[in-house]
Ligand binder design. Structure first.
Ligand code: ADP
Ligand code: MG
Length: 326
């Protein structure tokens, strides 16, 4: 159907519509709406499951991404959703829909990249599906993991008074992509962050095990967009401090003379860092977390996100997050 009115809901509106038609199931601790579904397994463990699609022309471009990088990234972005729950990854399933122009050797390279990242993160390829595609290259991955019963960190636990933290640096991947789209060569460190994201499995596990945080997700669609998922799930509001955003040296170099690049740290996406809320006393003294975490704002009552500049005035940030249907 090509009727333009047929696509007015947006990605998240459509997901909500689907969700409304789903009946509660006793085996699910958490269904649609978090980074992973959480399913009761036995008296001590819960099963985590998540699935993500990568489509050529939307999520990747073979002009500047090798098949090996692509395979690795397909595994990493899925493993990142296990990290976002504080879980331990176990099994991965890899489905490939490939156009004829992609050779067997290229698909093998893709599988090698996938397997390497799976292994680095303690996960095993346990199945998948392979078929031809009349259009672009499709990669659909499902990941399963486990978490101790009651320890999964969901999006709905943020409370007024909590602080907001992010791991690592924000904006590098989006800046690399912007340069690639303009035909420029990004600095190696930025390109690496775009092509080879590291799921923050160990950090997520530590935060969950020690019960340090109240809500968490991984930043795939941009800080503003993903923070708004925590806020909606928890029914709270947020203030972010622009000066506190964790930016890499390379990002800061590019920011000099082009201050509007800060939008990429706010809304760019594909950071695959952990974004979480916590009471200050849990995190303030923690120098041992890796990667380091940075306090970037606080949670209040109400709704919405304010971004404050150093002088206390509001920063008029742009669009919030990535909607695949917009
Ligand atoms: P993430 O960015 O962590 O991968 P998404 O924003 O893609 O999460 O999805 C948000 C939630 O909506 C997830 O719980 C996901 O499983 C669910 N979801 C997305 N698309 C669908 C769909 N077509 N049917 C059912 N659930 C969906
Ligand atoms: Mg996620």
């Amino acid at each position: 159907m090509s009727d333009v009115t047929a696509r007015r809901l947006g990605e998240f509106g459509l997901i909500r519509r689907i969700q409304q038609q789903v009946e509660q199931a006793p085996h699910l601790v958490c269904g649609i709406g978090d980074d992973c579904a959480v399913q009761m397994q036995d008296s001590s463990l819960e099963l985590l499951t998540s699935t993500d699609l990568l489509i050529e022309g939307i999520h990747f471009n073979r002009r500047w991404t090798t098949m090996r990088q692509l395979g690795g990234k397909a595994a990493a972005v899925n493993l990142s959703d296990i990290a976002a729950m504080g879980g331990t990854p176990q099994s991965l399933f890899l489905a490939i829909g490939s156009p004829q122009q992609v050779s067997d050797a290229e698909l093998e390279e893709l599988a090698q990249g996938f397997l390497q990242v799976a292994k680095e993160n303690g996960a095993t390829l346990a199945g998948g599906d392979t078929c031809g595609s009349p259009g672009p290259l499709f990669i659909a991955v499902t990941v399963q993991g486990v978490v101790a019963r009651g320890q999964a960190i969901c999006r709905h636990g943020a409370r007024a008074g909590d602080s907001i933290y992010a791991s690592g640096h924000l904006g590098d991947s989006a800046l690399a992509l912007q340069m690639l789209l303009r035909g420029e060569k990004p600095p190696a460190e930025l390109a690496e962050r775009h092509h080879n994201p590291h799921p923050r499995i160990r950090l997520g596990q530590q935060l969950g095990r020690e019960a340090l945080v109240s809500a968490m997700l991984d930043v795939s669609d941009g800080l503003i967009g993903d923070l708004s998922h925590i806020l909606e799930a928890s029914q709270v509001s947020a203030e972010l401090e622009l000066e506190r955003l964790p930016l890499s040296t390379r990002f800061r170099e590019q920011l000099v003379g082009t201050p509007q690049l800060i939008e990429l740290a706010l809304s760019g996406g594909e950071d695959y860092e952990l974004l979480f809320t916590a009471a200050d006393q849990h995190l303030e003294q923690r120098q041992d977390l890796s990667p380091a975490v940075t306090k970037i704002g606080r949670i209040s009552q109400g709704s919405g996100i304010r971004v404050l500049q150093a002088d206390g005035s509001n920063y008029p940030y742009g669009r919030g997050g990535f909607d695949h249907f917009s």
